[in-house]
Design a protein around this ligand. Structure first.
Ligand code: ADP
Length: 496
């Protein structure tokens, strides 16, 4: 008998990936295909759902073949870009139009009107979200109002709506299962996270007929089996999870107060808040961490718009570095050489997020002296990511979240050890990098294993998480306070 393996699908904004894991959560093979971005109008972003499906099939088949065939593949888990919306015809299986991607802003005017009409409080109370076109509600509404005959067909029960998890599940099961999980449902702005069901009031508000909605299930559990024609055998599908929630699980943050922080293009911080859904006074989002055996665990989520973009800007816009990795060398060398003044880089390229909330703010580099050079600016860019994390943690503290025991980090930027040390220094919190940094897809595998009974409990998953590198805070309090004071001053200067 072949040893048990878990197939995890990670359908992201820029690529579709499959990773085959062994039964203990060790990666065995990976396959990835980039995804075409479609920009039909200013502020619009679309994906071709059929392209996503074909890529999913290819990457799954590739990792199955690379690891000895389909025998022994015990479970499939799916993690996905959240909020991205697909509407398809139940009979033909064809999407009625391109998928509308989370970044797409075409619902912005609708959202502004809802805010104006005073709906924000009620929507936040039910969904944990702030009214925004990121979430699926206005995307579904747009499709039903703008694709010819769509609303009529939806009312007749001919159409199905789903986020990417749901669309892939539907295709993988040969059209037999139309379901989502609570984490993905929580990002639609149509789902009451406290009652754990689609909300009639919100469905009315956004004009979304019940007939198109998927059933909401536990994050790990029974989602049917793959159509045997696809991989040569029916494989149980046992987990669906939104990407940031997947990362929380992949980082084994199962105890209230544990935090994961993902440093990619932007930065997403999620804190496990246990059985309590904490409302935020700082415009953070309340969300479902995961739902297991009918029990919902909640999380608070905060994001930083610009993290890796700082490094991309230094490399691609001004050419101060030739590669992202070079940023570490610059910062570290400067440390040894000392240097006088302190340069601050406020990367408010698209405004400032939590806890400053100033969409009109724009970026600035401050504190330049006659001896400032490339290294000072590059180091300031890296530091800005850490200062922003500090600010987000302050917002979390104001919302009643105590300082976490550690920050478990992942994402492309965490290859940078200098960054992790400064992050520990400036937050005063130890920073932990796991051995396997692809925590999103690992989380999907863990959950699929749990849903299939390969793991007996979250405790067993916890022991499968492995530490690679831990940065301890070493900076003296006085120095930290002085640096933070300089940062706050720099932020004030860019606010409008
Ligand atoms: P996403 O999933 O958002 O596309 P990734 O998690 O792949 O992003 O992270 C990519 C980001 O990490 C890029 O913005 C890149 O500039 C940054 N990055 C990669 N390596 C380093 C490094 N050694 N130091 C700092 N930033 C890095």
């Amino acid at each position: 008998m072949a040893a048990p393996r878990i197939l995890a699908i990670d359908q992201g904004t820029t690529s579709t990936r499959a990773v085959m894991f062994d039964g203990a959560g060790k990666p065995l093979a990976t396959s990835q295909i980039p995804l075409r971005q479609i920009y039909p109008a200013d502020g619009w972003v679309e994906h071709d759902a059929d392209e996503i499906w074909n890529a999913t099939l290819s990457v799954c088949r590739a990792v199955i073949a690379q690891t000895g065939g389909v025998d022994g593949v015990e479970a499939v888990g799916i993690t996905n870009q959240r909020e991205t919306t697909v509407v398809w015809n139940r009979r033909t299986g064809h999407p009625v139009t391109h998928a509308i991607v989370w970044q797409d802003r075409r619902g912005a005017a609708l959202c502004a009107a809802l805010r104006e009409a005073g709906h924000e409080g009620a929507i936040q109370n039910k969904t944990g979200l702030l009214i925004d076109s990121y979430f699926s509600a206005t995307k579904v509404q747009w499709i039903l109002d703008n694709v010819p005959d769509a609303r009529e067909a939806a009312l007749k029960g001919e159409l199905a709506f789903g986020t990417i998890d749901t669309f892939l599940l539907w295709r993988l099961t040969g059209g037999r299962v139309h379901a989502t999980d609570a984490t993905n449902a929580a990002r639609t702005m149509l789902y009451d996270i406290h009652a754990g069901r689609w909300d009639d009031g919100l469905l009315n508000l956004f004009g979304v007929p019940k007939a198109i909605l998927p059933e909401v299930r536990d994050t790990a559990g029974d989602f049917g089996t793959t159509d045997p024609a696809l991989f040569g055998r029916a494989i149980p599908i046992t987990a669906l999870v939104g990407d940031q929630h997947g990362a929380l699980v992949g980082q084994a943050c199962f105890t209230p107060g544990m935090v994961k922080s993902t440093y990619g293009t932007g930065c997403f911080v999620l804190v496990n808040t246990g059985a309590k859904a904490l409302p935020s006074r700082n415009r953070l989002l309340t969300t479902v961490a995961y739902r297991l055996k009918g029990q919902t665990t909640y999380a608070l989520e905060g994001s930083i718009f610009n993290a890796g973009t700082v490094i991309q800007w230094l490399r691609d816009n001004v050419g101060l570095i030739s590669s992202a990795a070079e940023s570490e060398r610059f910062a570290a060398e400067l440390e040894h050489a000392g240097g006088t003044g302190r340069v601050y880089f406020v990367p408010a390229f698209t405004g400032l997020g939590a806890p400053h909330w100033d969409p009109a703010a724009r970026g600035a580099i401050l504190g330049l002296t006659r001896d400032s050079g490339v290294a000072h600016i590059v180091r300031a860019g890296l530091e800005s990511v850490c200062y922003q994390t500090h600010d987000l943690l302050v917002a979390l503290r104001q919302d009643g979240i105590p300082s976490p025991p550690a920050l478990r980090v992942d994402g492309g930027m965490i290859a940078n050890n200098w960054l992790l040390q400064f992050l520990a220094d400036i937050t005063g919190i130890p920073v932990e990098r796991p051995v396997y940094a692809e925590t999103t897809v690992l989380g999907a595998a863990f959950l699929a294993g749990l849903g299939r009974g390969l793991f007996s409990s979250l405790d067993e998953i916890k022991t499968a998480w492995r530490l690679d590198f831990r940065a301890e805070p070493r900076m003296a309090d006085a120095q930290r306070a002085a640096l933070l004071e300089g940062w706050q001053d720099a932020v004030k200067r860019v606010m409008r």
